[in-house]
Design a binder for this molecule. Sequence first.
Ligand SMILES: NC(=O)c1ccc[n+]([C@@H]2O[C@H](COP(=O)([O-])OP(=O)(O)OC[C@H]3O[C@@H](n4cnc5c(N)ncnc54)[C@H](OP(=O)(O)O)[C@@H]3O)[C@@H](O)[C@H]2O)c1
Length: 272
Amino acid sequence: MSMPASSSSGTLKIGIIGFGSFAQFLAKTILKQGHTLQATSRTDYSELCCQMGISFFRDTNTFLEADNDVILISTSILSLSKVIKSLPLNLLKRPTLFVDVLSVKEHPREILLQALPEDLDLLCTHPMFGPESGKDGWKDLTFAYEKVRIRDEATCTCFLQIFESEGCRMEEMSCEEHDKLAAKSQFLTHTIGRMLAEMEIKSTPIDTKGFKTLVQLKESTMGTSSDLFSGLFVHNRFAKQELEHLEHALHKVKETLLQKKNQERVATENEQ
Ligand SMILES: NC(=O)c1ccc[n+]([C@@H]2O[C@H](COP(=O)([O-])OP(=O)(O)OC[C@H]3O[C@@H](n4cnc5c(N)ncnc54)[C@H](OP(=O)(O)O)[C@@H]3O)[C@@H](O)[C@H]2O)c1
C-alpha cells in the first residue's frame, strides 16, 4: 500500500472542523494511535487543544493552508451547510480527503458533493457510538461508511484503519441505506429517550431491570445535544415516517388497553 503524502509511517495529519464533545472524544483515540491533529471551531478551544497536544486555529484560512491529509468534519448537523459555505476551499494546497462523522448521511453527502472541488476525495461516515457508549473502548461498536469519491485509496484505507484497529465493526453501505436504518433505530431510540425525559422518569426503590434500562436510556439520550436530536429529524427524510409509526403504535396500544378495561367492566356488571 502506498503511504499518504505527508507521511511514510502510516500516520495521518488530520484537521478537525468543529471541536465539540464528539470531536474531542474521537481525538483522544486518534492521538493515541500516533496521528497528528489540528482543529478549528466556532468556539475558542486553544487551551484544551494545547493540553491535548493539538494545534488550534482560530482562523480557518490558516487552518486550511496547513498541510492536512484529511479534513474531518464534526460540526452539528444543523450548522453543516453554513460552515461548509464559509470555508475558503481554494486555499487547500493539494488534494485532501474530506470525511464527515455526522449522524445523518444523505445530507452531508449532498452538501459536500456540491461544495467540494472535483479533486477532493469524500468519505461519509457515522461512528455509531459516542462518549458514553464508547468510553471503555470501541471494540465491536459499529462504524458505517460510504466511499463516495475516493481516488487516493491509501489515505482512505489509512483513515478507516483508525476504527478498524480499535475493533469496530465496519459496515460499508450507501448513505441512503444508512438513513433508512438509522431512522428506524437511532432516531427512534433518541425520540423515546426524549419522551422519557419529558415525563421526568426517575429511579424508584422498586425498579425492575426493564425500568433501569429506561432510566439509562433517558440519561444517555439527554447527554447528547438537542441540536443533534433535531438534526436526526430535520435532515433525515425517513425520520418523519418513524415518528408517525410511533404515534400510531401508542394509539393502538392505548386503544387495546381501553377496550380490555371496557370488557372487564361489562363482565363485572353482568356477574352482579
Ligand atoms: N455525540 C455523539 O454521540 C455522536 C456520535 C456520532 C456522530 N456524532 C456527530 O458528530 C457531530 C458533533 O456532535 P456533538 O456531539 O459534538 O454535538 P453537536 O451539537 O451535534 O455539534 C457540536 C459541534 O457543532 C459546532 N456548531 C454548532 N453550531 C454551530 C454553528 N452555528 N456554527 C459553527 N459551528 C457550530 C460546535 O462548535 P463549537 O463547539 O465550536 O461551538 C461543535 O463543534 C454531529 O454531526 C453529530 O451528529 C455525534
